[in-house]
Design a protein around this ligand. Sequence first.
Ligand code: PLP
Length: 377
Amino acid sequence: MTLFESASRNAAPFLHGPEFAAMSEALRAGQFGHNTATDAFETELAEFLGVPDVVSVNSCTAALHLSLLAAGVGPGDEVVVPSQTFCATVHAILMAGAQPRFADITADTQCVDSTTVRAALTPRTRAVLPVLYGGRAVDLSEIRTELTDLGITLIEDAAHAFGSRLGGELVGTTGALTCFSFGPIKNLTCIEGGALIPRDQHDADQVRALRLMGVTQSQSARIRTTDYQVDVRGWRYHLSAVHAAVGRVQLAHFPVIEEKRKALWRAYARELAAIETVNLVDVDVDHSVPFNCVVRVPDRDRIFATMRDLNIGVGVHYPPNHTQPAFLRWYRPLPVTETTATEIMSLPFHPAMTENDVHHVASVLEQAVLIPRPETL
Ligand SMILES: Cc1ncc(COP(=O)(O)O)c(C=O)c1O
C-alpha cells in the first residue's frame, strides 16, 4: 500500500507474513475441523492471559451465546446491554431466548458505567453485558457485590479488547465470563474466530459440549472410535484448526501488534489535540490495546461525507441498536446514546498505517471541520 492509500480503509487485518505459511501448513497436515492446532491455540491463549482455561469458538457471537447459556440466562430473563455495540451482542441475547434491556453510556468513553447499569436493572435482570468499546475495560467494581448478591452474572463483550487491562489485570482474568472476537479486523485475528473465558470448570465443561453439537469428543478423538455420543443439544461453534493456526501466529507476535496499535492511537491524539471541535473518545490507551479511534464532531454527517469524498475511510460504529427496526420492541430513551450517535465517526485505524497517514487524516479532518456550513456562507 502506498502512502495515504491505507487511509482510505477504515480497518484491515494485520497479517505480516507467517500467517500464510501457518495456514498452508495446517491444510497440508490435514488440520481441518477442531484439531490439535485448536487445542494448542487454547493452551497458548490460557498461558498468555494467565487463566486456567480458554474455550475457543468460531466467533464472538458464538462465545456470547454460550456464555449466556452457561450463566443460565433464558426465556423470561433480561440482560442489561448498551445500545452502543455491534448488533451481534443483541442477537446473542435473543438467541439465548432472553430480552435486551438497553443501558445508556457515558459520552467520553461510549461505554456503560456503574450508574447507567444500575439505572437499567429490573427484577428480571439475570445478566449484565458491558461492551468494552474500542478496547477500553469497563470498571463495574462499584456495583459488583450488588450484582453478585442479586444473582446477576457479569458477561463481558470484549470483542474489541483482547490484550487490554483493567488497572493491572488483563481483560479475561477479572472473574467475569469474557468473550473475545478474533474476526478479520480485531486486535488478534484468526480471520474468523472467538474465545470464551470460563469462570470455572463447570462453565468450561458445559460450553465445550455445547460448541460441538453436544458431542463431547474432539474430531481427532472421534477418528479413533466408531461411534460418538450426543449428550446435550448443541451448536456448530467450534474453531477450525486452520483458523487456530493463524491465531497462534498472531498471538506469538502480539507484543508487536499491541505496540503498533498504541502508537497509532497516540499519534492521532497528538494530531487531533489542536482541533477544538473534535473530541476523541477515550480508550484509556495506557491500559488498552486500542481497537479503533473514534471522534465526536458536530455536524458529523457533512464532515463524514466530505472525508469520504476525499478518500478517507471513515465509518460509524455503531448506529444504536435500540432504534433498529428489529429491536424497537425494547426501545427506551437513552439520551447520551442518542445524542452521541449523531456525533461519532471512526477514523481509519489499522496497524499498517504510518504516522504520515495519521497526519494526512488529521489534516483532512481539520479542513472538513473548518469548511463553513452552507447556511453561514
Ligand atoms: C462489540 C462487538 N461485539 C460482538 C461482535 C461479534 O464478533 P464476531 O464477528 O466475532 O461474532 C463484534 C464484531 O465486530 C463487535 O464489534
